[in-house]
Design a protein around this ligand. Sequence first.
Ligand SMILES: [Zn+2]
Length: 258
Amino acid sequence: MIIDTHCHLYLEQFQHDIDDVIANAISNDVQRILLPNIDLNTIPDMLKLCEKQPELFRAMIGLHPCDVTPEYPHILETMKPYLSNKNVIAIGETGIDLHWEKETLGIQIESFEIQIEWAKSFNLPIVIHARESFQEIFDVLKQHDSPELSGVFHCFTGGKKEVHEIMSLNKFYFGIGGNSTYPKKNYGNILTEIPRNRIVLETDAPFLSPVPNRGKRNEPQFIKHTAEFVANALGIELKELTHLTSKNAIDLFGPSIA
Ligand SMILES: [Zn+2]
């Protein structure tokens, strides 16, 4: 069993062949797909997938850092009631992106902080998007860290220093995606630094396809390539790796994804 902990299957890139994509995921042992939200507009299609196939999908509620505008307080208020939807298992994705959106850093931090408070008060894990912003995110998390806060750095691409800083927080996991397989990153060395009980797998589909599908649309069935890469880097059998990462995902996101 493989759990894809981060996948945007409700986006238009999948509209024409969603049934095939789902069938291929299932026949490749992907038994659970977690859907991080992006903005207000993506909520209906995301929840529709959960209703269509409740055995496969779970949803998250959050505002992506690249979509934070000055209207964010109103947008978050409008989103908040969805947190009690039975299919919602996490807050996200949130975080800070300084690659695409440098000018909005101030409101990205404010929006992130509100979503951290949601995570604490609703007792849900938080899914963090970090792009060229590790220090800013770490500073915010250090201020808000507490025994009831847990979450994941999705598509983690940091180095040893970042691994150790994240491990100093209460309970954060490392989402390993297709970009870990890109040769330039030499990422195998970093994977051995991450405690094994904190690694979860993800695709971030339709983005960041793993080698050998790099550059093509990503989809959940390709998670097997990332799983093979990680198993190789850790020197363990593929079966052991998928068992381990599924157990970690259930520890983080709760028994409803088991
Ligand atoms: Zn994402």
